[in-house]
Design a binder for this molecule. Structure first.
Ligand code: 4AD
Ligand code: MG
Length: 435
């Protein structure tokens, strides 16, 4: 029976014979001995020492099965245990030109992402990401929300026409979905609170450290809720995911050099900051926005928040905050207007601290058919494409709301990753669709 590195590294195994299967992670050949660091299929490593003749044909990333006796040696890397190798079976001698070594440009690592997945950084990222998805799902299941799946090939824009990927769908035109929201809205009438995890697509023409062309979108929608109900769900969900991920992935986060002191303090409630106050704060800091002609002016009421303004706003924060009460003019057609506050939307974005900025958007949905049709037209969209969606306002419309959370944005914050591309195994951006 073959064991994994983690199972072998235990004092009970000292003196015993074990077998491990894996890949040559590092290789150092000396006069008499070859020191082979073996990576198992969970990304853990252990050193195995062979007589140098036995390991003569080994190269980095060769796949092997090694059998030997476990010994404890404080000098052994990766936990002080090593295997004194006896038998070596080689499955595949890897080409000697394995392109990934200790130091590489970010570009090369992206070009060779199918191989870079074997680096410890990517393994750590993948594990953190898996925990985020796992605990996200658990929160919804434990709190009685039903998981659903919405189509990703659609006819209508949710988040504006400018970021749609067009698609030839048999003899007609269709798009890749930007958000499952409209479909989730259709489901709440018979399924109650629902949630989904689907890929969302945005033809983002800008290269930033927080935009992908394809991202994992965790979305939720519920009938009969207030804005405050939705914000409570968001802050509980995010806190639950963070607390559990930080606990379960302590080792990986340490490897990624993520200081988790602040993360451990993330718990409800998150501060609700009104949009108009945000603008005042940014103004007082002399924050400028760039206009279309390239000139700069002071930020003013009515401006949407940008990566830069969100960074400024959150750089010294240690917990997420909600920005509430955006002008409806900067928000999509479906955002419900506050009846006590004309022009203001019942919508909120959650901004992650330390400059990370927006990780979710949510709020109440317009439930009146006339206002909604007007808003669709105003956005330059065709109401005919929203025929079925408008039916939801015609047949038993109810106050309802929900939100969408970007998994990669959340993982980026949790891991303190420089670039969102680090948080997904095969990133899709404007300039990258392979591997
Ligand atoms: O703010 P957005 O565009 O809101 C919606 O799509 C709503 N329809 C969601 C809903 O209410 N059901 O997207 C939601 C979140 C953002 O806050 C961000 O975290 C993430 O999705 N997101 C992206 N993540 C990576 N790359 C992109 N290009 C993203 N666009 C949005
Ligand atoms: Mg948003």
């Amino acid at each position: 029976m073959s064991l994994r590195a983690g199972q072998i590294k235990s004092s009970e195994n000292v003196g015993k014979q074990v077998t491990i299967r894996g890949w040559v992670y590092r290789l150092r050949k000396q006069k008499e001995n070859a020191f082979v660091l073996i990576r198992d299929d969970r990304g853990d490593v252990i050193q195995c020492v062979f007589p140098v003749e036995k390991a003569a044909s080994l190269t980095i990333e060769s796949s092997i099965e090694a059998t030997g006796i476990v010994s404890q040696d404080a000098r052994a890397p990766e936990g002080g245990y090593e295997i004194k190798g006896k038998d070596l079976k080689i499955y595949n001698v890897a080409g000697a030109d394995y392109p990934i070594g200790e130091y590489q440009s970010d570009e090369l690592l992206l070009d060779k992402r199918h191989l870079a997945l074997r680096t410890r950084k990517m393994v750590a990222m993948a594990k953190v990401r898996a925990s985020v998805l796992d605990f996200g799902r658990r929160w919804f299941v434990e709190n009685g929300w039903m998981e659903v799946t919405a189509p990703t090939i659609v006819k209508g824009a949710v988040e504006g026409g400018s970021t749609l990927f067009k698609l030839k769908y048999f003899d007609e035109e269709a798009y890749l979905s930007q958000s499952a929201q409209l479909y989730l809205e259709a489901m709440i009438f018979s399924l109650g609170p629902v949630w989904s995890l689907t890929p969302s697509f945005r033809a983002e023409k800008s290269r930033t450290v927080r935009h992908l062309a394809e991202f994992s979108h965790l979305e939720a929608e519920a009938p009969w809720v207030t804005l405050e109900d939705i914000l409570k769900v968001e802050e509980q969900l995010v806190s639950y995911v963070i607390q559990n991920t930080v606990r379960e992935r302590a080792e990986e986060l340490a490897y990624l050099k993520r200081d988790t002191v602040d993360l451990k303090k993330v718990e409800p409630p998150f501060e609700r900051v009104p949009y108009d106050k945000v603008i005042k704060v940014l103004k007082s800091k002399g924050f400028m926005v760039t206009q279309e002609d390239g000139s700069k002016r002071e930020i003013q009421f009515g401006d949407d928040l940008s990566i830069d303004s969100e960074r400024e706003l959150t750089k010294n924060a240690t917990k997420p905050m909600f920005v509430v009460g955006y002008p409806i003019a900067v928000k999509p057609f479906y955002v419900k207007e506050d009846s006590d506050n004309q022009g203001i939307g019942l919508a909120a974005d959650m901004l992650a601290p330390q400059g990370f900025g927006e990780i979710s958007s949510g709020g109440l949905r317009e439930d009146d058919i006339v206002s909604m049709t007007t808003r669709i037209r105003k956005e330059g969209l065709d109401p005919a494409a929203y025929d079925w969606y408008l039916d939801l306002r015609k047949y038993g419309s109810v106050p309802h709301g929900g939100f969408g959370l970007g998994i990669e944005r959340l993982v980026r914050w949790i891991t303190n990753a420089e670039d969102i591309k680090d948080t997904v195994l095969f990133p899709r951006t404007m300039s990258r669709v392979t591997p």
